[in-house]
Design a protein around this ligand. Structure first.
Ligand SMILES: [Ca+2]
Ligand SMILES: [Ca+2]
Length: 145
């Protein structure tokens, strides 16, 4: 199951330029988690319930490229549950932002009886150093999956 999700996510990855906002402080990464669409089909034709999207931005420069690692978590009082990932997207150049799309099922997001609290942890790695350069936590999605 995890392997299937991972493959879907990697194949659906798209890197597109995002508008750079003047108000964003230098070197501050952001991550916005959303469920923009119902229904998602991976490259093998398998169907899922949702497209889950991370809009990641950073004003840091990555002259040699890098990669982004995403983990989707269910927020809990004691310890958070890893629901999906780690998923990795590589980029050769960085233009300020990227939309990272994944196919997910309701069952993956149903981390609690009743309401669920979903967020993404996003880590940026710089290919020049091979080291983690930035880390950011997304907003929460509250729902009953
Ligand atoms: Ca929870
Ligand atoms: Ca639930």
């Amino acid at each position: 199951m995890k392997t299937a999700f991972r493959r879907a996510a990697v194949l659906l990855a798209v890197l597109v330029p995002a508008v750079t906002l003047g108000a964003v402080p230098a070197h501050a990464a952001t991550a916005t988690l959303s469920l923009p669409y119902s229904g998602c089909q991976d490259s093998t034709g398998r169907n899922y319930d949702y497209v889950m999207r991370v809009h990641a931005t950073s004003t840091r420069s990555y002259p040699d490229g890098g990669w982004i690692v995403v983990r989707v978590w269910g927020d809990d009082p004691s310890s958070d549950d890893l629901l999906l990932g780690p998923l990795t997207w590589s980029f050769e150049f960085w233009s300020g932002g990227a939309f990272l799309d994944m196919c997910v099922n309701r069952g993956t997001l149903n981390e609690d009886i009743g309401g669920d609290e979903i967020y993404a942890g996003v880590r940026f790695f710089d290919a020049r150093t091979g080291q983690q350069a930035e880390v950011v936590e997304s907003n929460r999605i509250y729902g009953s999956f």
